[in-house]
Design a protein. Structure first.
Length: 529
């Protein structure tokens, strides 16, 4: 049971205990700029070490747990979150400034509990583990738990990406691994409430209490030390490119996987026929996508490419009007506001022209004027790296290209992104140009969209929420969508001539699930061998 004290406890080995703290912090209400009352510890290495030890002890117990038991935990946890939704939503609202409804209560919280239940369904089915059987050689393989996973969530999704409840957590637990979660300093109270429900659900399901450890914050050097520790098996990270690359370097030095979601501009390419046909409609969609959650979405369109001319100028004027008409919502923190101002200044120094916005807004909390910038294709090609500075928040850049050849050149300079969107004429007048440009954009984005903005991320098996560097650290995996997301936190285990009673249930001749698909002697089959 959590008690209200001056310094909130950490969760290690199933116990809420005082931290070995080297300092403390308080979250802020970004809508007002005021500090919130609870104080949270900045843990020393002793807490990290204890969390690693507990997770290492829990790893063999999690590996031995039946899929039904892990699924029971995930579904119980989802139900407990829903039962405590009012308190959890209120805390998240205070800590992030995001609206209670519809964003937190009606969109993000159901997505979070839905993810937990989808992960449960995936492990009950078993196909996520890719069971493969060769009867002639008596050689069998499947994916198995990798070991303790460190999950670091971002500031912009207090539920759906939270270290103790989000997609990485669900995937790591479902794959049979214990989790060490680090709360984000922007919403530690929300994480504490979620962790409390997770601890109760672990006890109810009979899983080891140390399947989850939670600490609030640590110093950078302790984070790199934790990443390098041999007891840790993998990392799931969502955050800045700078922090992600430091963690990846530590992971690479010790030969362990680090799955990183970092920066993405999510380019939107609007072809001439689409602009002529429905430029005003697309401008409305673009503005709404850019300003959703004040631009603090990982799939916000941070850059658009248009073909210069009267239609493009009308599009920019329409977007400016919508930007000016929408009062800016609070940014998530003082740090986000400062970084956004620096990014806009960097784009300007590289030659971008401010059409509207560009400055902080007076008033309570942390706000920035919705900002639209433009450059020519020639300017972009002269400084593509500087003009792809990520402006996390309500700012976006439009690149005006002269012709198809310049458009090709611009797309070839795009960094890797989570998404790439192409708008084309419904009557087919852009088809030749689409055929020329789409293959280039395809290789620079994890998800290619036609005639829609990228900010909607469906949580289903076909979704890829990943992409080439620097959007992620590995283009072959997704952070959203089950069963694929589970496979990040697994190792391939092969069994050569192992006796039948010693095989994992997934690899025995008798199938543990009559609907399970297994690759048997080169063919996908259901049923027994």
């Amino acid at each position: 049971m959590i008690t209200e004290t001056s310094l909130q406890p950490v969760l290690i080995a199933g116990q809420w205990r005082a931290a070995e703290a080297g300092g403390s912090f308080r979250a802020e209400n970004p809508a007002t700029g005021e500090k919130l009352p609870n104080e949270y510890p900045i843990s020393r290495w002793a807490d990290c070490n204890a969390a690693l030890a507990a997770a290492a002890d829990a790893a063999p117990l999690m590996r031995a747990a039946a899929p039904a038991q892990i699924a029971d935990f995930l579904t119980r946890y989802a139900a407990r979150i829903e039962a405590q939704s009012a308190a959890i939503v209120e805390m998240a609202h205070l800590e992030t400034g995001l609206p209670r409804a519809p964003r937190l209560a009606e969109v993000e919280l159901p997505r979070t509990t839905g993810q937990l239940r989808q992960a449960a369904a995936a492990i009950l089915d078993g196909a996520w583990a890719l069971p493969t059987i060769d009867t002639k050689l008596n050689l069998r393989s499947c994916l198995e738990p990798i070991g303790p996973v460190w999950v670091i969530g971002p500031n912009n999704f207090p539920f759906a990406y939270n270290g103790v409840a989000g997609g990485d957590f669900a995937a790591a637990i479902a794959a049979g691994n214990p989790v060490i979660a680090k709360a984000h300093p922007c919403h530690p109270g929300t994480t504490r409430l979620l962790a409390a429900e997770a601890a109760h659900a672990l006890a109810e399901s009979g899983l080891p209490a140390a399947a989850l450890q939670m600490i609030y914050h640590i110093e950078n050097e302790d984070g790199l030390r934790l990443m390098s520790d041999p007891r840790l098996a993998a990392l799931g990270f969502t955050g800045s490119r700078a922090a992600g690359l430091k963690l990846k370097a530590a992971a690479d030095a010790t030969g362990k996987p680090a799955y990183l979601e970092m920066s993405s501009l999510n380019p939107v390419v609007i072809l001439p026929g689409a602009l002529a046909e429905r430029g005003g409609e697309v401008a409305g969609e673009f503005a709404a996508s850019c300003l959703m959650a004040c631009g603090q979405m990982c799939t916000k369109p941070g850059i658009a490419m248009l073909f210069n001319g009267a239609d493009a100028e009308a599009f920019i004027a329409a977007v400016k009007e919508k930007f000016d008409a929408a009062p800016p919502a609070p940014l998530l923190s003082a740090g986000v506001a400062k970084s956004l101002a620096q990014s806009v200044a960097a784009l300007q120094s590289a030659g971008a022209r401010v059409i509207t916005g560009g400055t902080a807004k007076e008033g309570p909390g942390y706000r920035f004027a919705s900002t639209l910038l433009t450059v020519t294709g020639t300017q972009f090609l002269a400084q593509p790296q500087r003009l792809q500075t990520e402006a996390f928040g309500n700012a976006t850049l439009c690149v005006l290209v002269a012709d198809a050849a310049q458009a090709e050149g611009v797309i070839r300079q795009f960094e890797g992104n989570l998404t790439g969107s192409l708008y084309s004429n419904r009557g087919g007048s852009d088809d030749a140009l689409y055929t020329r440009l789409a293959p280039l954009l395809r290789t620079r984005s994890g998800r290619l969209l036609n005639d829609k903005m990228p900010t909607g991320v469906a949580v289903n098996a076909a979704m890829n929420h990943g992409g080439p560097f620097p959007a992620t650290g590995h283009p072959g995996f997704t952070a959203v969508g089950f069963p694929a997301a589970l496979r990040r936190f697994a190792m391939l285990a092969s069994y050569d001539n192992v006796r039948p009673n010693r095989l994992p249930p997934l690899l025995r001749d008798q199938s543990p699930n009559p609907t399970l698909w297994r690759l048997i002697d080169g063919a996908m089959r259901q049923g027994n061998v």
